[in-house]
Design a protein around this ligand. Structure first.
Ligand SMILES: CC(C)(COP(=O)(O)OP(=O)(O)OC[C@H]1O[C@@H](n2cnc3c(N)ncnc32)[C@H](O)[C@@H]1OP(=O)(O)O)[C@@H](O)C(=O)NCCC(=O)NCCS
Length: 158
């Protein structure tokens, strides 16, 4: 079965799974945020049409296998940079099949459609994954107790 990438707005039933993934993977960055708060935040995201934040889901039939988001800000210490690729996650069973790369490329296209000339991300440990897709090193710094790499990519927007 093929992978289809869609807007989360059309698939609110995927929200609990996304929240569970985010909580398990990145809970340590925001230890005060509960699973219920993550669910509520994603539900709110689904009530607003157009603009940012935008969350894409990769689905196989009625089953969610991955996600990525385009958000205005992802690091409160870098409000001068916008927009950001955020929350890229692929279900463990479906990794190393190109789904993560497809999601990242779709988010870059979505950023282009908003006329953003550059897009930013931070990653604790997946620099090479993004570098392979043309993302370039911007800074290395400590963020919320962890060493992270900030990266940027130029979009095709003029
Ligand atoms: C990072 C993550 C999103 C990648 O998702 P993915 O679907 O496995 O991504 P891809 O398949 O496109 O690429 C992953 C690797 O598989 C390789 N790959 C892609 N298709 C492949 C295939 N058919 N066969 C073998 N390897 C393949 C890619 O070359 C890539 O290698 P690299 O990591 O050395 O660059 C996923 O590992 C994940 O969710 N990790 C936990 C959350 C996380 O760290 N997110 C990033 C936060 S910054």
């Amino acid at each position: 079965m093929s992978i289809i990438i869609d807007n989360l707005i059309s698939y609110p039933e995927f929200i609990p799974m996304l929240a569970h993934w985010f909580h398990a993977e990145w809970g340590h960055f925001h230890p005060q945020t509960t699973l219920e708060q993550r669910i509520a935040k994603l539900k709110k995201r689904c009530t607003q049409t157009g603009g940012l934040p935008l969350t894409l889901v990769a689905r196989m039939g009625d089953h969610v296998v991955g996600t990525a988001s385009l958000v205005k800000h992802d690091m409160e210490v870098h409000l001068e940079l916008t927009p950001w690729l955020s929350s890229v996650y692929v279900d463990k069973t479906y990794r190393r099949q190109g789904i993560g790369s497809q999601l990242v490329k779709r988010i870059v296209q979505e950023a282009e459609h908003t006329n953003a000339k550059r897009l930013y991300l931070f990653t604790p440990d997946r620099k090479s994954f993004y570098a392979r897709m043309g993302w370039q090193l911007l800074y290395r710094e400590k963020y919320r107790g962890q060493q992270v790499t900030l990266m940027e990519i130029r979009t095709a927007a003029k």
